[in-house]
Design a protein around this ligand. Structure first.
Ligand SMILES: CC(=O)N[C@H]1[C@@H](OP(=O)(O)OP(=O)(O)OC[C@H]2O[C@@H](n3ccc(=O)[nH]c3=O)[C@H](O)[C@@H]2O)O[C@H](CO)[C@@H](O)[C@@H]1O
Ligand SMILES: C=C(OP(=O)(O)O)C(=O)O
Length: 445
């Protein structure tokens, strides 16, 4: 298993370019299933493990995909299967987003139950409630959810009990091809939902209100392929903003959209970090000690849960006590134990973590417990004494493109190492085994 080794102590400086957003591109690729005619050409598609998984899933449905230089072309003239296997859904929960498009286009879908995962139980009741309101019949059994409809889905008024990002997206995709008008109330307002709506509208859908709590979708009979550029990843951008702040550095985060990062920017400024919002990115600089602040995660435009662990790393480097409250996922503090191995002083009380800043972090072996936790441990390693060795990198590979290279480009002392493989040889025989370099090289041919 690969490991990332970080040596603390370098202030980061320079320019880093943010890639396309994982959480925007995954639903967009799922939505490409809806185009019966023409190809979808999607630009700025990040070379991430999650992208590879959703592409494999679409391939298993009989759809043709090609990927070259961050451009993904999806040709969905034919769909030959409506089943998303357990193997693919288990690897990535966002696979469940194929249910809405398959149901709308084919009248049926069979998708493995996503199950619980590292950060919480993550039910899908709101997705199913939406499909049922549109006339679908839902059956659950043998680890699968089967949805079917006689004829077409019908537009409906759907009030979400929770402003779920995934449910809003799944219902919006299904409603795009339904008969009549659907209104989603208490819809999630995340920028990734706006990006998905823009993509669907490019394909010929009629969606208004994305980015507000009320989205209105007039169903159309047919959708066709279009060209689209994915928005930059606000969480990757936020992670580099914290990297600059924690190391007392000066970094320009190119491509970051200021409007998408207001809650992160506000917290950094409250902590005494200089944040300069520019047209094509955000410059983050710190020369003063960090102040402790309280942070509460909330749906957009509140502080993102996907930045909670990175922010906690920053608070560890501040002077004073901070309270971090996680309101979105019930089990998203697993990084706390790993931080404590690095000499951090954090106590969990219910949904809050009490973070005592000021203790000198020390490098040691730690393991990423989820995608963002992995990034947060690397951030902590950037200021820890000595070497931090981060394992379980498959989490980080899900959502950060060339993370070590990008940090190294800013001056971080960081490297990814592959294990040396020991091979049994006959006595006297010389065997030379090179360490395997694991690199993402998508091949959708
Ligand atoms: C691929 C993707 O875009 N992932 C993001 C998406 O996940 P995801 O779409 O899974 O997150 P949701 O917004 O759906 O989840 C928010 C909360 O609602 C609950 N819930 C959700 C659906 C449902 O049917 N019933 C229910 O109770 C969840 O358990 C959770 O507590 O939004 C999360 C919240 O911003 C982010 O952390 C994830 O990075
Ligand atoms: C939790 C995340 O992703 P997912 O919903 O795909 O698990 C994330 O991006 O931090």
């Amino acid at each position: 298993m690969d490991k990332i080794i970080v040596r603390g102590g370098k202030a980061l400086a320079g320019n880093v370019k943010v890639s396309g957003a994982k959480n925007a591109v995954l639903p967009i690729i799922a939505a490409a299933i809806l185009a019966e005619e023409g190809a979808n050409v999607i630009h700025d598609v990040p070379a991430l493990e999650d992208v590879r998984i959703i592409c494999d899933l679409l391939k298993s449905l009989g759809i043709t995909l090609t990927y070259d230089n961050e451009v993904l072309t999806v040709q969905a003239a034919q769909v030959t299967s409506v089943e998303a296997s357990y193997e693919l859904v288990r690897k990535m929960r966002a696979s469940f987003l194929v249910m809405g498009p398959l149901l709308a286009r084919e009248g049926k879908a069979r998708v493995a139950l996503p199950g619980g995962c590292a950060i919480g139980t993550r039910p899908i009741d709101q997705h199913l409630k939406g499909f049922e309101a549109m006339g679908a019949q839902i059956k659950i059994g043998q680890g699968f959810i089967e949805a079917s409809v006689d004829g077409r889905l019908k537009g409906a008024k759907i009030y979400l009990d929770i402003a779920s990002v995934g449910a809003t997206e799944n219902i919006m995709m299904a409603a795009a091809l339904a008969e009549g008008t659907t209104v989603i109330e208490n819809a999630a307002e995340e920028p990734e939902i706006v990006d998905l709506a823009n993509f669907l509208n490019g394909m010929g859908a009629k969606i208004r209100g994305a980015g507000t709590g009320s989205i209105r979708i007039e169903g159309v009979d047919r959708l066709k392929g279009c060209t689209h550029c994915v928005i930059p990843d606000r969480i990757e951008a936020g992670t580099f903003m914290v990297a600059a702040a924690i190391t007392g550095g000066d970094v320009f985060v190119e491509n970051a959209i200021c409007d998408h990062l207001k809650s992160v920017t506000a917290k950094l400024r409250e902590m005494g970090v200089e944040v300069d919002e520019q047209e094509n990115g955000i410059r983050v600089k710190r020369s003063n000690p960090l102040k402790a602040v309280d942070v509460k995660t909330l749906p957009y435009p509140g502080f993102p849960t996907d930045m909670q662990s990175q922010m906690m790393a920053l608070l560890l480097a501040s002077e004073g006590t901070s309270i971090v409250t996680e309101t979105v996922f019930e089990n998203r503090f697993m990084h706390v134990e790993e931080f404590c191995r690095m000499n951090a002083n954090i106590k969990i009380e219910g949904r809050s973590a009490i973070v005592e800043g000021g203790a000198k972090l020390t490098g040691c072996k730690v393991a990423a417990t989820d995608l963002r936790a992995g990034a947060a441990l690397i951030l902590a390693g950037l200021v820890a004494d000595g070497e931090t060795e981060v394992g379980n990198l498959h989490h980080i590979d899900r959502g950060y493109v060339r993370f070590t290279e990008k940090l190294r480009g800013l001056g971080a002392q960081i490297e990814r190492v592959s294990p040396v493989i020991e091979v049994e040889a006959d006595p006297g025989e010389q065997v030379k085994v090179e360490p395997i370099k694991v690199q993402f090289s998508p091949n959708f041919a």
